[in-house]
Ligand binder design. Structure first.
Ligand SMILES: [Zn+2]
Length: 303
């Protein structure tokens, strides 16, 4: 399904996949995973490299699950870091709100980038030419990488097998959903043979995945509060994957300590932290994302 120069290291929801291109000229890594698992990332990449150097680290976008391990990868391999142009200002300023770090209860290690990638740029990776295509929506500065000869797309969080990265409600939410739809239409027009997503296994039926995402966008467009409820569930699931578990009685305090939850509750849910905590755990337990155990809320992946 994939040329031998492309090595997809499939991770999980806390750590984005790593796509490692080996040879013929350079070895390039796309996306570096989450900060707390950076040792695993370095080990996995080192195993695949088998003693060869890493020449470059490239990010599809700068969320903590894709760039949290950038600094560790750079320390381990001494490689330069290339990020999309649209992320440069937030990374330069280390804007923890724009980057969804402290604002959403996430963590990342600060890093410095060495070069910018712009939509329209062509990157040589794994002996193939990759077009850089803007992929706004989930992250307005995100890019994806497209190889027309093999019809392979590295989609980042713009398209997964069953969904796409969350789009935030609030100012500009309709523009973000519009952008997410345009990005999906662009992917449909490319007609990829294989999609290598930011999370999950590579897949071939892009059309079905796109249909599912478009239907979801339509449902969100009709109801901003629905989008807000989805985002708080995604953010809490993610934080629980990071922390492993939280004491259920302390969850209201946790929610109060992370700005996003209070802002969203005041704008769309109006529950207060106690009720918000209860509703969230009920919903996530029903969805199988968490389990209640000995008074703790445990991420299902670490249960
Ligand atoms: Zn993302």
């Amino acid at each position: 399904m994939l040329p031998a120069s492309i090595h997809v290291i499939v991770r999980d929801w806390l750590n984005a996949n790593h796509v490692l291109f080996i040879g013929p000229d350079e070895n390039v890594l796309v996306d570096a995973g989450y900060v707390t698992h950076a040792d695993d990332t370095v080990r996995l990449v080192r195993e695949q490299l088998g003693g060869r150097p890493l020449h470059r680290l490239v990010n599809t976008h700068c969320h903590s699950d894709h760039m949290g391990g950038n600094a560790a990868v750079q320390r381990a391999f001494g490689c330069p870091i290339w990020i999309p142009e649209g992320e440069a200002a937030s990374i330069e300023a280390w804007d923890t709100r724009a980057l969804w770090i402290d604002y959403a209860g996430q963590r990342a290690e600060r890093f410095r980038f060495d070069a910018i990638i712009r939509p329209g740029d062509t990157l040589g990776m794994g002996g193939l030419h990759w077009e850089t295509i803007a992929a706004p929506g989930h992250d307005m500065g995100a890019v994806m990488f497209w190889n027309p000869a093999e019809r392979i797309l590295l989609s980042g969080d713009a398209l997964w097998r069953r969904g796409f990265g969350v789009v935030l409600p609030g100012d500009g939410w309709r523009e973000r959903l519009d952008a997410a739809r345009s990005t999906l239409m662009r992917i449909r027009a490319l007609d990829p043979r294989v999609v290598i997503p930011g999370h999950g296994e590579p897949f071939t039926d892009a059309g079905a995945a796109i249909d599912l995402c478009l239907a979801r966008i339509e449902a969100f467009e009709a109801d901003e509060a629905r989008l807000a409820r989805c985002v708080v569930k995604v953010m809490l699931s993610f934080a629980l994957l990071d922390l492993g578990s939280l004491e259920e009685v302390s969850l209201p305090d946790y929610l109060a300590s992370v700005p996003l939850y209070g802002e969203y509750d005041r704008a769309w849910m109006h529950l207060g932290f106690d009720e918000l905590a209860r509703t969230l755990v009920d919903d996530l337990a029903r969805a199988g994302a968490v389990v209640r155990s000995d008074g703790r809320v445990v991420a299902a992946a670490s249960a």
